[in-house]
Design a protein around this ligand. Structure first.
Ligand code: HAM
Length: 425
């Protein structure tokens, strides 16, 4: 679990704003659900034979009521629970997004955390392939919004895992195939073979690469409706010039999926190279007590996205605050505090140095804080009612420093900021 110190939080906040803006541009509404849910929601929703449910949930019994709760390991099940509970799709289908921390007790390694953040989207009440097109376009828009376009763009992998009946026949065939090669399977995969052979395709084990390539392919088990759905999706993606790769071994690690599944992968993040995963889950709403409702969605892992962004960012460090107020003496400090209130009301940010450090130290801090201007309230300034203002960012020769009457401070900062096209109003 990570502490996000101020410098990191700044980057996060920047990306969070951009991603939330993309989602609302697509007409999606935000939903916030609790971080704790009843454990049985995840047992039913995600499937009992999944890594998450078998070994990664933080669950506890509430001594006060004897019920068992879990920190949410993902949010699709909770959003569906909330949708059923509040009849969200009663009048019309819903397009929802969420953001927040998820918890999985995973083996600690780079890119895999026990608390991590996801931005996610769920479309409830949507059956057609066009909804998956929209999901993929939205992901694309997210990458673009944070400058991960061109060759920095994550790569899209897609597959169709068919209806639950089609998948059952496939799983049976896979089971029979791996049973014939039981000698090659390690302990983990032997367990998977017994409980859910599909998960063997998920295995990262190098020794299984060839075997997995020879295994039966899902395509041979898809009916015409599933095939047409997937082909229609691919043809619209072609139309939008979105590049993708069909990956027949892509099965995803949660049981609720059917039909289209997809992941966005990147190079340079090591083994944890998936920044986003999603797909269709048409049976989940009914499984959790609602009417049959076609649905699909995705979730983006924030830690991995931030890492990718930082490795490739071309964004310049921006000014963090408009003004830094330094002072000498007690009177200077009090005047600074008073004037700062006025200036802030005009939407200009001010950080007042409240310490009694030397002026030299305060000036250094103004630079370190990336302030755009420094204003000094010294004895001379108090006497004359003028404050001396310095530009810290732009070097503009003669305009480098100026005396400004207290009463004109707001107007002055506004004018200069508007001129530089950087006004906070
Ligand atoms: P997921 O593939 O389990 O899907 O997670 C989605 C993304 O969350 C991953 O691609 C990864 O970027 C990030 N992530 C997952 N686990 C960790 C971790 N331990 N540390 C850091 N990042 C992690 C889901 O959670 C589904 N609910 C997605 C979905 C929404 N499907 C339909 N709707």
């Amino acid at each position: 679990m990570n502490d996000l110190l101020p410098e990191k939080s700044r980057v996060w906040r920047n990306l969070e704003k951009k991603i939330a803006t993309v989602f609302s541009n697509y007409g999606f509404d935000e939903i916030r659900t609790p971080i704790l849910e009843r454990t049985e929601l995840f047992l039913r929703g995600l499937g009992e034979v999944t890594d998450i449910v078998e070994k990664e949930m933080y669950s506890f019994e509430d001594r006060l009521n004897g019920k068992t709760y879990s920190l949410r390991p993902e949010n699709t099940a909770a959003v569906v629970r909330a949708s059923v509970q509040h009849s969200l799709t009663y009048n019309e289908p819903r397009k929802l997004w969420y953001y927040g921390p998820m918890f999985r007790h995973e083996r600690p390694q780079a890119g895999r955390y026990r608390q991590f953040f996801q931005f996610g989207v769920e479309m409830l009440g949507y059956d057609s392939f066009e909804s998956e097109v929209e999901l993929i376009l939205m992901c694309n828009a997210v990458w673009r919004s944070i400058g991960l376009d061109g060759n920095l763009q994550p790569e899209l992998k897609l597959n169709s895992i068919g209806t639950s009946e089609e998948r059952s026949s496939y799983v049976q065939a896979l089971g029979e195939f791996f049973q014939k090669h039981i000698g090659i399977l390690d302990d983990d995969n032997l367990k998977r073979l017994k409980r859910n052979p599909l998960r063997i395709l998920d295995s990262k084990s190098d020794s299984l690469v060839n075997l997995k390539n020879e295994a039966p392919k899902i395509t041979d088990f898809l009916g015409n409706v599933s095939k047409a759905h997937f082909e229609n999706l691919l043809s619209v993606l072609d139309d939008h010039r979105i590049s993708y790769e069909v990956d027949l071994k892509l099965v995803r690690g949660l049981d609720y999926y059917n039909s289209t599944v997809f992941e966005w992968k990147v190079s340079g993040l090591g083994a944890q190279d998936t920044v986003c995963g999603g797909g269709r889950y048409d049976a989940l709403v009914a499984l959790l007590g609602g009417a049959h409702t076609g649905a699909c969605g995705f979730a983006i892992g924030m830690e991995r996205l931030v890492e990718l962004f930082e490795a490739n960012s071309r964004e310049q460090e921006k000014t963090l605050i408009d003004l830094y107020f330094a002072h000498t003496g007690r009177d200077g400090k009090l005047i600074a505090i008073k004037l700062a209130e006025k200036v802030r009301k005009a939407g200009i940010s001010v950080k007042v140095d409240l310490t009694d450090a030397s002026l030299k130290t305060q000036v250094k801090r103004a630079f370190r804080n990336n302030a755009e201007f420094l204003a000094i309230f010294g004895e001379e300034e108090i006497k004359t009612g003028n404050v001396s203002v310095r530009w810290l960012i732009r070097e503009e020769g003669e305009n480098h420093q100026r005396k400004v009457p207290y009463a004109e401070m707001v107007e002055f900062v506004r004018k200069i900021k508007n001129k530089s096209g950087n006004g906070s109003q």
